[in-house]
Write a protein that binds this ligand. Structure first.
Ligand code: ZN
Length: 128
């Protein structure tokens, strides 16, 4: 079936549901369409969540480490964006971005984050 590419107007043949002549045109079309638009709330949360996850992973190579809170914040970390929490028997609440978690503590008057990893052996989430 002969069709016209939505992005470049070139004629091409393809399946009925194909709208673009190439993957390039497809992504270009979406890029042009979204350019200049304010990202949606979903997109902004999602971006921050992915950045948080990357930073927690980056600063927690040993499985458990402590870092100055400001250092993480300066790198772009936003502690209000997370996926879920885990409350320990001792009452601490760990906040997680997927498998990497953190909780805030104070050491010698300085704010720190203790970085932890999700422990699937004893951390259980209903249905997950
Ligand atoms: Zn095209």
């Amino acid at each position: 079936m002969e069709k016209k590419c939505l992005a470049c107007n070139k004629k091409f043949t393809g399946r009925v549901d194909k709208l673009y002549c190439s993957d390039y045109c497809k992504s270009d079309y979406h890029y042009q369409k979204n350019k200049g638009k304010t990202p949606t709330f979903y997109r902004r949360i999602d971006n921050q969540l992915r950045l948080n996850h990357r930073l927690l992973k980056h600063f927690n190579k040993s499985g458990k480490s402590t870092i100055r809170a400001q250092k993480l914040i300066d790198a772009g970390f936003n502690p209000r964006i997370f996926t879920h929490y885990w409350k320990t028997k001792g009452g601490n609440v760990y906040l997680f971005c997927y498998e990497y978690g953190f909780w805030k503590t104070t050491e010698n008057g300085k704010d720190k984050y203790v970085l932890v990893e999700w422990q699937p052996n004893y951390m259980k989430l209903d249905g997950i």
